[in-house]
Design a binder for this molecule. Sequence first.
Ligand SMILES: Nc1nc2c(ncn2[C@@H]2O[C@H](COP(=O)(O)OP(=O)(O)O)[C@@H](O)[C@H]2O)c(=O)[nH]1
Ligand SMILES: [Mg+2]
Length: 626
Amino acid sequence: MANPDVAAACDRLSDRFERASRGLAGGSGRPDGRVPEPLHRLAAALLRMRVRPALEADWLVRDPVHVSLLGGTNTGKSTVLNLLLGRGAAGMNVTARFSQHPEGYRFASLGDSWIDDFPTRFAGYARHRDEHPPRQSDADLAAGRYRTAIALLDPSRTGAGAGAGAPAFAPPTATTAVLWDVPDFSTEEAAHWLGAVLDTVALADIVLFVVTDESYADERTCTLLGLVSAAGLSVHVVANKAAGDASLVGDIRRKVDLHWRGAGTGLPDACFHALPFVEGADPQARLRHLLDTEGASSLRSAIGREVEEALPRKRAGLAGCVRLLESRVEDLVRPMTEEACVAKAWDETVRRVTDREFLERYRTDYLDGERYGEFNQTLVRLMERLEVPGIGEVTKLLGQIVRIPVTMLTAMIRRALGRTKRAPAHTPEHEVIAARFAVWLEALRSEAQRAAAEDRAWARVAATLDSEAFVAKLTERLEAGYAATRPQIEEEVRRCARAIHEAIEGRPLLLNALRSANLAVDATAVFLVVKSGGLNWSDAIVGPAVAGLRRVLLESGLDQFLGAQERALKRRQGEAMDAMIRSQLAAPVRDLAPAEFGPGIEEEVRADLRVVVEAVAGAAPEEAKR
Ligand SMILES: Nc1nc2c(ncn2[C@@H]2O[C@H](COP(=O)(O)OP(=O)(O)O)[C@@H](O)[C@H]2O)c(=O)[nH]1
Ligand SMILES: [Mg+2]
């Protein structure tokens, strides 16, 4: 059993590297247009596929040697794998992207405990035994529905089924290794399965990097070769369809050395192989001819020897992979600290802009402005309780407030954003909210754009804020949030009317005064309310209807009490609006830069890495010290 603390540190690291690769600083390509180096994804894969299993005490005896074929499309990966198997078990096809999933060839006698017992290996992948995973359609891939899968196939199987029945042309190079046929990394579609490619590379003790004249100078090939050669695995480069062309072979060799980042000055001679271009009517015939060449037999014996040295090979691979993590720790941590900084700064910006441009201005422009309506509504409710003649018509309209179609707010926002000139029916509050929304959004956009101009980690935040879809989502959320607060405010209005009524009830003189005062609401007041669509309850509209009531109350010395009630109503309304705006608008905007990584992320990653390095050094003392 692995030490649980070390295992947890290892899992945390791989999870964080994986998330960093998708994060703000990692996911968006490089500003210079160059192919990004998949450092974080490979690091995460190495931790899952190699380091984590190696923390188990009997890893070395349980895990066979893994040989993975890596190369661009059509370079001859499957052909080279078949050379090692001595038979055409793996499908060889001129069709690009023939293979979409890693397929492991191993003799059944080897058993599968190396995958069954190490749950972090190919976790979440569908597993197929003795059959190929189903190919996925281009439409499926384009829709982002690549499903991870692997196959485990027995090259010696006869009869029906995948890989079965291929005639043996030569004995297998190694019966104690798993040979992995890996999909390409060079096509557009390969972006979907790059994670699977990296997982299979991370699992490998020996990587055969297959290149041809068409692929060896390709930027993706060079970038990946640089990274894989630095990962401490035993890398062999196979220049396929090239032997015989001395200048081509020489040029490939130079290119490889140029990008080689492993130990020493370049790729060791013993790890460079050139295979000739062979003739043959079909792939099986070409494979057979290729097997007869000198290049093939020297490649077969080189890999055979490597597999024989399984234990030192695996220890060296483990130590090398830990060295890669250590030596690149700054690059690994950088996007996380960048992201943590962006998240913190963005959180502050969203808070500040929301407070200043939305919440404070909602108070000054609506709650404390002349168009505030809810206190008049309260007085109308009070008049209703006092059974003031004529008030019935007005209170009927009050009911409409809660039934205002919420789309009216959206329509106002569209107008405030300049999408339409039409001013639909609306309340003064709608108008304020819509105007604040537009100003708030614009302020956030310019903050994000300014930051993005200096630091590309902000690019995604700025781009999302600009997108129509995101603004539509915000509008929808605002509308829903607003609709949900209306009954709440309505309830506050009723509560306030009740409180004032209770204060009056205890004073018979005041009640008499109210009854003898002619408070009857005349038709003009109702007309005004109706004319405003029943939506505008500001002083200008409802003021005359409640003026008499207000005067009597003030004259009876209730002005302070009334003022306190109004302030309390406004305070509660303001609080409800604050909570709604924060959760419906500020939160989704803040989450554009999610707080995935806290400010202490660098220390945490370094500490976890130290724990893992020490554990690995304990398991493989000689190699780790190198
Ligand atoms: N003529 C010729 N064809 C080859 C040679 N090596 C591979 N091929 C062909 O190239 C095609 C693609 O090979 P394959 O191994 O499937 O490439 P992969 O996509 O990298 O797995 C097949 O039709 C192979 O037979 C060679 O040396 N000579
Ligand atoms: Mg293939």
